[in-house]
Design a protein around this ligand. Sequence first.
Ligand code: COS
Length: 400
Amino acid sequence: MAAARSGPAREEKLMDYGLTETQVMIRDLCRQIAEEKIKPVRAHYDETGEFPHEIVKAFAEADLCGVYIEEQYGGLGGGVMDLSVAVEELSKVCSGIALALAATALGTFPIILFGNEEQKKKYLPRIAKGEALAAFALTEANAGSDAGGVQTTAVKDGDFYVLNGTKQWITNGGEADIYTVIAKTDKTKGARGASAFIVEKGTPGFDFGKKENKMGIRASATRELIFQDCRIPKENLLGREGMGFIVAMKTLDNSRPGVAAQALGIAAGALDEAVEYSRQRRQFGQPIASFQGVQFMLADMATQVEAARALVYAAARYIDSGAKDISKISAMCKLFASDTAMKVTTDAVQVLGGYGYMKEYPVEKMMRDAKITQIYEGTNQIQREVIGLALVRESASKKK
Ligand code: COS
């Protein structure tokens, strides 16, 4: 197994929110792409559910696809914090489009964390350059919160593994070129019988099924993956046989701040819209921003957004420091930021009143988009379970 990532090694001047110069550059680049390229088309992609290929191309041209990938593999050499800054900024305008980047990171973390040198050299440069998107395939019809209940199988046959089974609700499904797939190599061993594999699009026996018609994040592709006697070389095993559950859990520990950053961006974007609207909208002869009832709502929304940002950045930086006990804070930031996104977007719709409910304004989309952040990469009930378990473990280890 490859060593766990030790975080970015860059020494840089710190700027606002303690961001490094590179992170400020990433944020400003994302802001520019979001304003100039995404804002004019976000309603179109939301309406049609098409995949935003032209925007993904813009991410690649701006060198944003590998912000969290080590420089030796063609990335910018950052970590979870750099990814979070990018995802937050893009999600202020469209979290569905931002997800092409965030879900690629989710599919890439297993390779970063558990890939050997050959696997890293083969796959990471393509992802960093934006030539390939990635996806993470854990979920199945009967394995959602119960990640150990995966039924897809991988049977060793000489120099190959033969995969059979169906994955469900896979973000970037059909659009990604590289998939990290969790399958059982030993069905008798429960979670300990799972293994992780890299599967490339175009491998015979690997096909795509139903494309989902979703409430929100409609610019993102969510699709079934179907494996029928799909033979992949044994070199595509990540780590060792039986490590698949740990690969999945550690991947989620690293990727949940990305979901939290997405939620944070949605909330911050909705807050901006609500403040702007409340300054323009006049009732009873004055802007509604002058009414205390509205001001108090905006004040609470802004405070919740800042609190979420503080927790997301703290979690991302803790992970990048190379710390091992990251499950709790990773779950906390995902839980808090996604609940904040749901609350703030609902309040933003309220501030905009009837207009907020109409598709002419972006806040109804933000409210629809926010909902998934409380559900995917582990429901917020699962996050609470992870946090609770960590608290009990920490307390027990102190008493020893
Ligand atoms: N890092 C390292 N190891 C971990 C871990 C983590 N974050 N979480 C669990 N493990 C280990 C445990 O220590 C245990 O090891 P041992 O077998 O050596 O004791 C093993 O993995 C099994 O853990 P546990 O018994 O806690 O597994 P459960 O099946 O009870 O599942 C939860 C635990 C619920 C936390 C897990 O299934 C989960 O995170 N589910 C949500 C999955 C999810 O996010 N799905 C969304 C789809 S992915 S987009």
